[in-house]
Write a protein that binds this ligand. Structure first.
Ligand code: FES
Ligand SMILES: [Fe+2]
Length: 444
C-alpha cells in the first residue's frame, strides 16, 4: 500500500518538495511553439506550481520567467513585448529572454543599476514544435532526453496538448494500467463480433491478463500476455520513463514511435503532451476499430472537442467534456451496452475516470491488487529516486545518462517466442523500424 506520507511525497511538485526537486532536473515539454508569436502577447504558463510567463522576442528567441517583475512584482503578463525584450508596463523596466534587465527607464542614468537586476528566468529550447523548459538551478542544463520520437524530423511529428484536472500521478497511472482496457474501453465488445486477427479481439477474449513487470534503465516496464492460438501469445507492453513519461501499448510495436508526458502544472492539474510519428502504425494513424461486419466499435471515436483557450493560468487546451457536464456520459448507451462506459472516445474515458478520483487520490483508501503491480512498482521507483536525490544528492535515471531512454519502445505483437520476457522484448526491439537519427540530443 501507499501511505499518506508516500502519497504526499509522490504527488506534491512545488518548489522545495521531493518530487518537485526531482522533476526540476529534467527538461519539461511546456507549450506548443505555435503558442508564442514573435513580439506577440506573453503566455501565462503554470509549471510545477510556479506562475511563469513565456514570450518570443523580436529575434524569435523564447523566454520563460517568473511572471513577477523583479522591481515591485507587477505581472509581466501585462508587459509590452517589443524590440528584443519584454517591458513591464508599471515603470518601464525591460528584460531579455535570459531575464537580464536591459533598460531601467524610470531611474535617472547616474543611479541606474540594471546590471544588478535579473528576473528569475529558466532555460528554454525548441524541438519538435514544442517549447521545452528546464527549471533547475544549476549552471548547466542536461541534454534533451534521447526519446526515440526525438530522432524523428520535426515535420514528421504530430503533437497534441490536453489539460487534465487532476494530479499527474493518477493521470500517468491510468496509462500503465493494462487491466482496465477490457472494461473501461471495451467492456461492451463481444470477441465473437471482432475479426480473429484484430488485436482488440485478444484484449476482450482474456480480460484479466497476466504480466511481467520489470525495472529498467529508464524506469519500469510491463509485458502483458494473453493466449493467441496454439503456441502463440498476444503481447502488449508499455513503459514508465522518468520523470513523467509513458509509452502506451496502443500501436504495432514495429513502428510505434511516440512519447506521452504527464506534466504537472500544479498539484491538481496536468498537461498531457503527446508526440507521435506520423508514419508509425498506431491508434492515431490507423482507422477507428470496427466489428467484423464493418460497424464502428462504440466509444472508440477519435478527436477531442476543446474549449477556446483563455489567458488564465489553467486556461489552455481544456476539453469541452469535463466534470462540470459529467464528461458527457450517455446513460442510455451505457445501459444498452453500445458503450460500456457511456463516454465517447478512449482519451475522454481515461480523462473522466482519473478526474473522477478527485484532484489528488487519497491513497490510503485504495486496495491495490496483484493486477496493479506495475503501478506499485512505478511508485516505488519514483519514491526511491526522489529520496535518493533529496537525501543523498544522487541524480535520478536519465538526467545525465539520457541515452537510457533510447531503449524504450511499446506496443503490441503476436509471437511464438517462448523465451523469458526480457529476451522477447530485445528480439522485437532489434527487428523494429527505427527512425533515422536526425539530431544530436544536446540542448542548444
Ligand atoms: S514593477 Fe515592473 S517596472 Fe516597476
Ligand atoms: Fe485507458
Amino acid at each position: 500500500m501507499t501511505t499518506a506520507l508516500e502519497g504526499m511525497e509522490l504527488t506534491q511538485v512545488g518548489p522545495g518538495t521531493m518530487m518537485g526537486g526531482l522533476m526540476r532536473r529534467y527538461w519539461i515539454p511546456a507549450a506548443l511553439s505555435s503558442e508564442l508569436a514573435r513580439d506577440g502577447a506573453p503566455l501565462r504558463l503554470m509549471l510545477l506550481g510556479e506562475k511563469l510567463i513565456a514570450f518570443r522576442d523580436s529575434a524569435g528567441r523564447v523566454g520563460v520567467m517568473d511572471h513577477r517583475c523583479p522591481h515591485r512584482c507587477a505581472s509581466l503578463f501585462l508587459g509590452r513585448n517589443e524590440n528584443g525584450g519584454l517591458r513591464c508596463i508599471y515603470h518601464g523596466w525591460k528584460f531579455d529572454v535570459a531575464g537580464n534587465c536591459i533598460d531601467m527607464a524610470s531611474v535617472p542614468p547616474q543611479q541606474d543599476f540594471k546590471h544588478k537586476v535579473k528576473a528569475k528566468a529558466y532555460r528554454a529550447v525548441e524541438r519538435a514544435g514544442i517549447v521545452w523548459v528546464h527549471m533547475g538551478a544549476g549552471a548547466e542544463a542536461p541534454p534533451l532526453p534521447a526519446l526515440e520520437i526525438l530522432d524523428v524530423p520535426d515535420d514528421e511529428i504530430n503533437v497534441s496538448f490536453i489539460q487534465r484536472d487532476c494530479n499527474y500521478l493518477q493521470a500517468l497511472e491510468g496509462e500503465i494500467d493494462t487491466s482496465h482496457f477490457g472494461f473501461l474501453h471495451a467492456g461492451h465488445v463481444d470477441p465473437a463480433d471482432v475479426a480473429e486477427d484484430d488485436p482488440v479481439r485478444h484484449t476482450v477474449t482474456s480480460r484479466a491478463p497476466e504480466y511481467h513487470v520489470t525495472d529498467t534503465a529508464w524506469g519500469t516496464q510491463y509485458g502483458a500476455y494473453r493466449p493467441a492460438g496454439p503456441g502463440r501469445m498476444y503481447w502488449r507492453c508499455a513503459s514508465f520513463l522518468f520523470p513523467f513519461w509513458t509509452l502506451a501499448p496502443n500501436g504495432e510495436f514495429g513502428s510505434h514511435v511516440h512519447a506521452r508526458a504527464w506534466v504537472p502544472l500544479d498539484d491538481s492539474h496536468t498537461m498531457f503532451c503527446f508526440l507521435w510519428w506520423k508514419r508509425g502504425a498506431s491508434a492515431m494513424t490507423q482507422p477507428q476499430p470496427a466489428f467484423k461486419d464493418g460497424r464502428p466499435i462504440g466509444g472508440a471515436g477519435r478527436g477531442n472537442k476543446f474549449l477556446p483557450n483563455t489567458t488564465d493560468w489553467l486556461g489552455r487546451w481544456r476539453l469541452a467534456a469535463n466534470s462540470g457536464n459529467d464528461w458527457g456520459i450517455d446513460r442510455a448507451a451505457q445501459r444498452d451496452n453500445t458503450i460500456y462506459s457511456g463516454i465517447e472516445g478512449i482519451h475522454l474515458q481515461d480523462q473522466a475516470i482519473t478526474e473522477s478520483m478527485g484532484p489528488i487520490v487519497d491513497h490510503e483508501l485504495e486496495h491495490l491488487a496483484p493486477s496493479d503491480q506495475m503501478i506499485t512498482r512505478t511508485r516505488r521507483r519514483l519514491l526511491m529516486a526522489g529520496r535518493a536525490l533529496r537525501d543523498g544528492g544522487v541524480l535520478p535515471p536519465g538526467v545525465e545518462d539520457v541515452e537510457v531512454f533510447r531503449g524504450a519502445r511499446s506496443g503490441y505483437f503476436v509471437s511464438d517466442d517462448q523465451r523469458p520476457w526480457p529476451e522477447i522484448y530485445a528480439g522485437q526491439l532489434a527487428a523494429a523500424v527505427r527512425p533515422p537519427p536526425t539530431r544530436s540530443c544536446a540542448a542548444e
